[in-house]
Design a protein around this ligand. Structure first.
Ligand code: PLP
Length: 393
């Protein structure tokens, strides 16, 4: 029988049924617009404010510092543009890393066209940003540092708390620099307490932690310079105009509460499966190697390169066998460009094309992992034999 094995949780997760249940009334009988004054609307307003408090509890901040957006992409955009345009008088330099999600990289490129200077820090062979490089890159004109908490393609967890410490020391002795982290892949797996991380801004996306798509969370520390990027309404305390996605926000809050409550067991479950998958794949496929950091990585991420084969071809063969994985980030998988993340880790263009990511979740089982381990060597070997390079070997 053809199996259906979903191992692409970094692309998106199914919505937790309890989050769906919490959302449902807000599509129908409790449909009010939170900005209106009558009782129906105030019910919606109250639900949004309760959701905001739930997010604040997990982030360890005040509910006034939580802004709801349309997703991780918008949270990244408004964090970076909002801080950069807001601080233009004190400087025009931004520091980021070469392995950020396109929502960050393309926003930085946009700002370069608008006259900002951006430093794209390199990473080591495991995808780690060096704290020393961040320090060396800071100048008198630096107004913003944006580095992701965990990478979406190869799962490396970056030293955000250490960079946060550095930024704090700079604020004490020299100047205040806004510090943003894209924590989209980290929520559910890692502690996202903003004091522990030492960040001024943080981005989340509900569909990565078993919440609905199209709902983002943006943490903005009180006192951080910020220019709103959207005009048209006074919602979210004038920081993000537009009628709130009430059902989505309620679902996101329910999902984050469930994720935070089950974080330890989720991580243990995923890590056990991840390590079983890594052992099985590396042991069964000659020449394959793990990408990203061997230890300092997301508990649910197992990503590999299989030199001599196209990741896309493996993906299609896996799909034929009922397995959903990814050959890079979901957002770039439609393009034939090699992954900028693989290239930044020093992997050649040819080998970067052979990358494949499995990202595990609560529903995955050992049996599913063993199924993947049993079919993958055959797929890779068959594709290698068909490759034009095979004749040269
Ligand atoms: N940042 C990272 C690290 C991501 O992995 C993603 C999505 O894959 C995003 C941002 C964008 O989030 P969204 O899909 O909610 O726009």
């Amino acid at each position: 029988m053809r199996k259906a094995v979903y191992m692409d949780h970094a692309a998106t997760t199914p919505v937790n049924p309890r989050a769906v249940e919490a959302m449902l009334p807000f599509f129908s009988q409790r449909f009010g617009n939170p900005s209106s004054v009558y009782a129906l609307a105030q019910e919606a307003r109250q639900a949004v404010e309760e959701a905001r408090q739930a997010m604040a509890d997990i982030l360890g901040c005040s509910e006034r510092e939580v802004i709801f957006t349309s997703g991780g992409t918008e949270s990244d955009n408004i964090a970076i543009k909002g801080a950069a345009y807001g601080s233009q008088k004190s400087g025009n330099h931004i520091i980021t890393s070469a392995i950020e999600h396109h929502a960050v990289l393309e926003t930085c490129q946009h700002l370069e066209r608008a006259g900002f200077e951006v430093t794209y820090l390199p990473v080591d062979q495991h995808g780690l940003v060096r704290v020393g490089d961040v320090e060396k890159a800071i100048t008198d004109r630096t107004v913003l540092i944006t580095i992701m908490l965990a990478n979406n393609e190869m799962g490396t967890v970056e030293p955000i708390a250490e960079i946060g410490q550095l930024v704090k020391e700079w604020a004490r002795s020299k100047k205040k620099i806004a510090f943003h982290t894209d924590a989209v892949q980290a929520a559910g797996a890692l502690d996202i307490n903003v004091e522990g991380l030492g960040v001024d801004m943080l981005s989340l996306s509900a569909h990565k932690f078993y919440g609905p798509k199209g709902v983002g969370i943006f943490y903005l520390r009180r006192g951080t310079v910020f220019t709103p990027q959207q005009s048209g309404g006074s919602q979210e305390r004038n920081r993000r105009a537009g009628t709130e996605n009430v059902p989505g926000i309620v679902g996101a809050a329910e999902a984050i509460k469930l994720a935070a409550g089950g974080r330890e067991s989720y991580s243990q479950h995923c890590q056990g499966l991840r390590d079983r998958l890594i052992r099985g794949v590396l042991g069964g496929i000659e020449g394959s190697f793990l990408t990203g950091h061997p230890i300092q990585r997301l508990s649910n991420n197992a990503s590999f390169c299989f030199p001599g084969v196209e990741g896309e071809s493996i993906l299609l063969s896996l799909d034929f066998e009922g397995v959903a994985a990814s050959s890079g980030s979901a957002c770039t998988s439609a393009s034939l460009e090699p992954s900028h993340v693989m290239l930044a880790m020093g992997i050649s263009v040819e080998v970067a094309h052979s990358s494949l990511r499995f990202s595990l979740g609560t529903e995955n089982t050992e049996e599913e992992v063993d199924y993947v381990i049993s079919i993958l060597p055959g797929i890779v070997n068959r594709l290698r034999a068909m490759s034009p390079l095979a004749a040269e070997r």
